[in-house]
Design a protein around this ligand. Structure first.
Ligand code: HSE
Length: 430
């Protein structure tokens, strides 16, 4: 009989319970694939009395996850406690200190402490793996680390917060304002305990920071991710964007520019005909572009018991098979501290504004753009509402700094009613 791999599961919420369920239901399959049994020996959670719908009677119970991490009958600590520090980080540190491999779904902890934790694990030749931390069931960490290891990565893109994609899709389909759909999402239980993690782009920003580290061989730099949430996206902009052939998405993009790493998580327009443009509801999509492979598109569930547990199992199986991969695709100590790109790469922009309906108003707007060197690609004017006219402009590619200068100049013309809205258009092959 080969030696079993013994798991300690810290955290028995949705994902932890899902992991238990798969290990119990698929024991033969996992053993056949790993060449050794995969077993659970101990579990830990706050509430022992709760009925989770799985039989936990065969496992040792630890009230304290740190104690679970220290057990001699645990080879791999599966950290599903959550939270950026506190018990989750204590558990991972205890596991590493006791020479145990770690599997975690904790994006916030890794986005903030991934470098130090990975270095600590790798100093002891231990695994610290996190497939479930990014885009739930989509195996994008493994795709980047293994499948695309021979590529120079040119761009990483992702819709990686299902809640935001649900909100934006529902706003478009039902024509409902953000606040109403936010309340609906809350009632449906879609939002994190702190909704800002979702709608403020923080959760998705954590995920982008982790993927960028693997893609570009750089230290995780969450603070370097330019974050903008979806709270200010209006139904009007979603509808106007659709008129111009675009969808509005909370899109993460990471790319290495000449002056450093550009990483941003913000509402962007994408072509409606592109895979990202066709992603509706609470689904995730990760798009990876490599110099040899071209574009890879992965779509799937970004949350939920089965998909997230599936990703956790992929890391467990990697360890069971004896594969040893660095946390971020190369030794953590060799990751570069990278410069942050200044200003961001040029792009076309969608600009929506309301103008006073009088002679020469549009000419002043066009002049403000022209004086900043910005060329107009397309333009549309809508019906007048009393004395104002709504105008949409799609620019040719421009630097954001030039657009901001043009918008300031527009504001000085006296023909604008209210502030213009500008959204980046991410250029994506359809
Ligand atoms: N709250 C996230 C989402 C899932 O809505 O996609 C966990 O990261």
């Amino acid at each position: 009989m080969t030696t079993p791999l013994r798991l300690g599961i810290a955290g028995l919420g949705t994902v932890g319970t899902g992991v238990v369920r798969i290990v119990q239901a698929r024991a033969d399959l996992l053993a056949a694939r790993a060449g050794r049994p995969v077993e659970i020996t101990a579990v830990s959670a706050r509430d022992r009395s709760r009925d989770r719908g799985v039989d936990l009677s065969g496992y040792a119970w630890e009230a304290d996850p740190v104690a679970l991490a220290a057990r001699d009958d645990v080879d791999v600590v599966v950290e599903l406690v959550g939270g950026e520090a506190g018990p989750a980080k204590d558990t991972v540190e205890a596991a590493i200190a006791r020479g145990k491999d770690v599997v975690t779904a904790n994006k916030a902890m890794l986005a903030l402490y991934g470098q130090e934790l990975a270095e600590a694990a790798e100093r002891k030749d231990l695994a610290l793996r996190f497939e479930a931390a990014v885009a739930g069931g989509i195996p994008c960490v493994k795709a980047l680390t293994e499948g695309l290891a021979g590529n120079r990565i040119e761009r990483v893109m992702g819709v990686m917060n299902g809640t935001c994609n649900y909100i934006l899709t529902r706003m478009e389909d039902a024509g409902l304002p953000y606040d109403t759909v936010f309340a609906e999402a809350k009632a449906l239980g879609y939002l994190e305990a702190d909704p800002q993690l979702d709608v403020g782009g923080i959760d998705a920003g954590h995920k982008l920071a982790l993927l960028a580290s693997i893609a570009y061989g750089t230290r995780v730099d969450f603070d370097g991710v330019l974050l903008e949430g979806i709270e200010r996206v209006s139904v009007a902009d979603i509808r106007h964007a659709a008129d111009m052939g675009f969808k509005v998405k909370l899109l993460g993009v990471a790319q290495m520019n000449e002056d450093g790493l550009e990483a941003r998580m913000s509402p962007c327009l994408v072509p409606a005909t592109s895979p990202l443009g066709q992603l509706d509801g609470a689904t995730n999509m990760v798009v990876l572009e490599g110099d040899a492979v071209g574009q890879i598109v992965m779509r799937g569930a970004g949350a939920g018991e089965g998909p997230t547990a599936s990703a956790v199992l992929s890391d467990i199986m990697e360890i069971a098979r004896g594969t040893r991969l660095s946390t971020f695709g190369q030794p953590a100590a060799s990751l570069r501290a990278v410069a942050r790109a200044q200003g961001g790469s040029p792009a076309p922009y969608y600009v929506r504004m309301d103008l006073e309906d009088r002679p020469g108003a549009l000419a002043k707007i066009a002049a403000a753009l022209g004086e900043s060197g910005i060329s107009i690609d397309r333009m549309r004017q809508y019906d007048h509402v009393e004395t104002t006219a709504r105008v949409l402009i799609v620019t040719h590619r421009t630097a954001r700094v030039d657009l901001d200068r043009a918008i300031s100049a527009m504001q000085r013309t006296g023909v604008l009613v209210g502030d213009p809205v500008a959204l980046r258009i991410e250029e994506i092959p359809s």
